[in-house]
Design a protein around this ligand. Structure first.
Ligand code: CUA
Length: 189
């Protein structure tokens, strides 16, 4: 959306540029004051105001609001791996693989057992610090089932570069079974 808005603004500026270029003198019929008002205020306002409204709306969707209770999953960082806990699925744990249901908001509660790490799934929402003794919240929503990559994004010692995890986005009807299978599969190892 942001890219589309920027492209529209760029196209409008290009049109103005071409008009002035092809018909020299065209621009001088408009007074400098009017250029500033039209080109500097009206033109960007047409594009930027809808974009700001959209950004605020999209941002609100990502805020963990009290009262609204989507799926909650805990992500615990530790030198140098990630454990995921699913309170809504009986508190089972998976290691190195985060399962999330597709098409619904999920609150990831991020914390650390030792040093500061950073939880990041580049394809999803922003990264967030994992701080020992503190729980930070990050709301994500994955639209398409599939496999994604996650990683630690804060230097946390010698094993930092290998502190990856994978994200399995499951169809909502498969989610509970997938978590259970992942948790018990590990238990048998
Ligand atoms: Cu954990 Cu870098």
């Amino acid at each position: 959306m942001m890219l589309a808005g920027a492209a529209v603004l760029f196209a409008l500026v290009l049109v103005l540029f071409l008009m002035v270029y092809r018909r020299p003198g065209w621009g001088s019929r408009v007074s400098p004051g009017r250029w500033i008002v039209l080109g500097g205020l009206v033109l960007p306002a047409i594009v930027l105001i809808p974009l700001i409204c959209y950004a605020l709306y999209a941002g609100e969707q990502l805020l963990p609001l009290p009262g609204h209770a989507p799926q909650r999953i805990e992500a615990i960082g530790k030198q140098w791996n990630w454990t995921f806990r699913y309170p809504d699925q009986g508190g089972v744990e998976t290691h190195g693989v985060l399962h999330v249901p597709a098409g619904m908001p999920v609150d990831i509660v991020v914390t650390s057992q030792d040093v500061v790490h950073s939880f990041w799934i580049p394809r999803f929402a922003g990264k967030i610090d994992a701080v020992p003794g503190h729980a930070t919240h990050l709301r994500i929503q994955a639209d398409q089932p599939g496999e994604y990559e996650g990683l630690c994004n804060q230097f946390c010692g010698l094993g930092h570069a290998g502190m990856h995890f994978s994200v399995s986005v499951d169809r909502p009807e498969d989610f509970a079974a997938a978590v259970k299978q992942a948790a018990t599969g590990e238990g048998m190892k």
